[in-house]
Write a protein of this length. Structure first.
Length: 462
């Protein structure tokens, strides 16, 4: 029996007669998550197995050892970290909930392995699609959370296709009137656009054949939430509801195709972006411009190579996992990936400078987020501290008076000593007294400059 079949057997056994609040059985749910992963381009076996098993640990502890024995510690870690992510509580009205950098770093730190994070994001998509069984308040909570938390997170880690799906599903829940208005308008216009699009496609195919430029030409309608955001802006014309995508074999042919288009149709210089010469921080590469094909049709055109397309469409994390799956679990790439993750557990922490394949080859050290830990206040604010920071450091980060009057700390509702080392995702409540409790011994415990400075000031030390 293969690993996937074994995972399905264990999941079916562990989830028998267990149902979600909406009435769907859990086994059908995990199979939906597995299929969503495939549609996102992620077919790497360990991620697939984790998707199938991700609800198994919730009901019986005995399955932890079974999963470890049958699938290894790595798969178990993915599942356990996914559960830690699931338990993070960040409310929209928290003052720091809008700090995307902190939120993202917190989630990625807790995930440890990008596969745990991908699994959580795909889970959110499936939950959005099935949340109409709940009452209006619960639906809006789910949709709101998806928009302010999961969509930005998906975009930052490069899963733009998944982010667009999350946004459209959330938009449908939060503003159904506008969603269906845009959908109706698109469905009406597409009847006029399709004949013209077919003519443009046939015309370009013929020219590209004459020029010996191998290419694939396709079109799509932009996602509805993106259209809505543009429509909601005053005096901003919507020029690119339709998007053409032209995929060629070389970078040279990207520019050849661009020049052909410019010779035939007028274009908008103000909308031109060359992300091949100037890639986005996520590594995204493509040429973008909007063309006026006729009085009825203006469309954005994206021109890229096959390699760029694979990377852009699925995101860097999915791109690597896709390559591993394609080359096989016993491939050199997969072995190097596992070796690198073991030696550099913070591989996926450097969100702004991912270059995964190159780093697997070069063995460079990545420690951007290794320096910091991210914890919560009871209100959901996120506090960034240097690693090895203590409860006292946390207290001083809130206010000097809280620090000096701190007499105890509770982490995840459990009393801990003042020298407790703060971990990613800890929810910390500081208890204070009316009197100053700080003493000189604290200087040997604290790690942050602020705590040390406040203590020295309090005791009039230089």
């Amino acid at each position: 029996m293969g690993k996937t079949d074994k995972a399905l057997t264990i999941a079916e056994e562990s989830l028998a007669n267990k149902y979600r609040l909406g009435g769907e059985d859990y086994f059908s749910h995990v199979k939906s998550i597995q299929n969503l992963l495939k549609s996102t381009g992620i077919r790497e076996q360990m991620t697939q197995n984790a998707a199938i098993l991700h609800r198994t640990l919730e009901f019986e502890n005995k399955y932890e050892e079974i999963i470890k024995k049958e699938f290894g510690q790595e798969t178990l870690n993915i599942l356990q970290n996914h559960n830690r992510i699931k338990n993070i509580k960040v409310e929209k009205n928290s003052p720091l909930s809008s700090n995307e950098a902190y939120l993202t770093q917190l989630y990625v730190n807790i995930a440890e392995d990008i596969r745990s994070l991908v699994l959580r994001l795909v889970n959110r998509v499936e939950n959005l699609e099935t949340c109409f069984v709940f009452d209006k308040e619960k639906r809006e909570y789910i949709g709101d959370r998806a928009l302010y938390l999961y969509s930005p997170l998906a975009r930052v880690v490069g899963l733009t296709k998944l982010a667009a799906t999350i946004e459209d599903d959330a938009f449908k829940i939060l503003n159904p009137e506008e969603y269906f208005k845009i959908e109706k308008e698109i469905n009406t216009k597409i009847n006029f656009w399709e004949p013209e699009i077919s003519e443009i496609k046939a015309f370009l195919d013929e020219i590209f054949r004459e020029k010996n430029i191998p290419c694939k030409l396709s079109y799509r309608i932009k996602h509805k939430y993106g259209i809505y955001k543009k429509y909601s802006k005053v005096n901003v014309p919507i020029r690119d509801v339709v998007g053409f995508r032209i995929i060629v074999d070389t970078i040279e042919n990207c520019y050849s195709v661009e020049n052909i288009l410019k010779e035939v149709w007028p274009f908008y210089n103000d909308l031109y972006n060359d992300y091949i010469q100037n890639p986005k921080n996520t590594g995204y590469k493509s040429i973008h411009n909007s063309f006026r094909f006729s009085k009825n049709l203006e469309a954005e055109v994206q021109i890229r190579t096959n390699e760029m397309h694979e990377f852009n469409e699925y995101g860097q994390a999915a791109h690597l996992l896709y390559k591993i799956a394609y080359r096989g679990e016993k491939s050199l790439l997969n072995r190097k990936f596992k070796e690198y993750m073991k030696e550099n557990p913070f591989l996926f922490k450097d969100l702004q400078n991912w270059d995964i394949d190159a780093r697997i080859e070069k063995k460079s050290v990545i420690n951007t987020f290794k320096k910091y830990v991210y914890a919560f206040t009871p209100k959901g604010d996120i506090v960034e501290l240097p690693r090895e920071s203590t409860i006292i450091d946390f207290a001083y980060s809130l206010h000097s008076s809280i620090g000096e009057k701190c007499n105890s700390g509770f982490v995840n509702n459990k009393l801990v000593p003042l020298d407790y080392k703060v971990n990613d995702g800890d929810c910390i409540k500081i208890k204070t007294s009316n009197n100053v409790n700080a003493n000189l011994d604290w200087l040997r415990i604290v790690k942050t400059k602020r705590a040390k400075s406040e203590l020295k000031k309090l005791f009039k030390l230089k």
